[in-house]
Design a protein around this ligand. Structure first.
Ligand SMILES: Nc1nc2c(ncn2[C@@H]2O[C@H](COP(=O)(O)OP(=O)(O)OP(=O)(O)O)[C@@H](O)[C@H]2O)c(=O)[nH]1
Length: 308
């Protein structure tokens, strides 16, 4: 992913609400001149209500206690420790979505509930791969809603990539089968497959995904090479339960978190990293095709801790 001018400003601007929420929650806690147990309790609570999750909050509390207990500390000192701990938690999961050159096509299944930003993220990923000179094709595997097929076609047109689709209510696995065959024949490098995100009917969804996997496996035993779950950061804690469910039903092995621009809930990214340890490939910070950004652990830690 290339570094574009203004990108850092965009990231830090996007996380402003998250970091000011943390500021709001921390402000006024350091009143005693030194760090005692009560203040540590208050800080831990402030971190939890900032969506960082209880495990991260406990880790940061532990660090503060071991380094600063009964010693003087100010808010800047706390923030620095928060930044360092967040960077440590986020570093192992910051893994860009990289694909192998062979065998062609590499298949990426994209999963996520309606409205999570799945379609936009598929377009953004396609754009990213195009920029790296890969041949890209899309498959409209969410056959459940005509709108989903239509939306993906519009994006495919806009960015100039081929798309394979079928009729509304058609067989998703059939669309995927056709797409893989076409992509193979045309020497396409990356096939990005949209899928239905119907969590309301878990059984049906599981069956459909299992069928897609069977079809893919028949054509290419290593496919799908990636199963990426798209999560809307603004849903907060709900994003965590979605990871749990989709890990089980879809074998998700990587995440993209969208709508981090202007959301006060960026902390959820840390909670997800800590709880699941799944690679976080990229983050969405806006509605345009350029607004998918690499996940840089230190930058994000700074953006959340408000230390930039
Ligand atoms: N601000 C912001 N908006 C985003 C981002 N990603 C997607 N969106 C917007 O979120 C809305 C839903 O995005 P879609 O990509 O259509 O989401 P979807 O999950 O495919 O949803 P359905 O089409 O309902 O299945 C759209 O208005 C997008 O422009 C992001 O990173 N930031």
């Amino acid at each position: 992913m290339s570094e574009k001018p203004g990108w850092r400003e965009k990231l830090f601007g996007g996380f402003k609400k998250t970091s000011s929420k943390l500021t709001e929650n921390l402000t006024g806690l350091i009143t005693k001149g030194k760090l005692d147990a009560e203040t540590l309790d208050d800080i831990e609570e402030a971190l939890i209500v900032s969506d960082l999750g209880p495990a991260t909050a406990a880790q940061i509390r532990g660090k503060l206690a071991s380094e600063r207990f009964e010693k003087g500390i100010d808010e800047a000192g706390i923030r620095q420790i928060v930044e360092d701990e967040l960077a440590e938690i986020l570093a192992p999961v910051a893994q860009p979505l990289e694909i192998d050159a062979f065998p062609r096509p590499q298949v990426i299944l994209v999963i996520g509930v309606n409205g999570s930003g799945k379609t936009t993220t598929i377009a953004k990923l396609a754009h990213l791969f195009l920029e790296q000179d890969y041949g890209v094709m899309l498959a409209a595997g969410d056959t459940f809603r005509a709108a989903a097929i239509g939306q993906l076609k519009i994006w495919a047109d806009r960015i100039g990539v081929p798309i394979v689709s079928g009729p509304e209510g058609g067989d998703a696995a059939g669309v995927v089968f056709d797409a893989v065959k076409k992509a193979t024949a045309e020497g396409i490098d990356v096939l990005i497959v949209d899928t239905a995100g119907r969590l309301q009917n878990k059984r049906e969804l599981m069956d459909e995904l299992a069928k897609i996997r069977r079809v893919l496996g028949r054509l290419n035993p290593a496919a799908p090479h990636n199963v990426v779950l798209v999560l809307d950061a603004t849903t907060g804690q709900n994003a965590l339960s979605q990871i749990e469910i989709f890990k089980e039903v879809a074998g998700v092995n990587g995440l993209v978190m969208t709508k981090l621009d202007g959301s006060a809930r960026g902390g959820i990214l840390v909670a997800a990293a800590k709880q699941f340890g799944l690679p976080i490939h990229a983050i969405g910070v806006g509605e345009t095709i350029e607004d998918l950004r690499p996940f840089d652990a230190r930058d994000l830690a700074k953006a959340i801790a408000g230390t930039a």
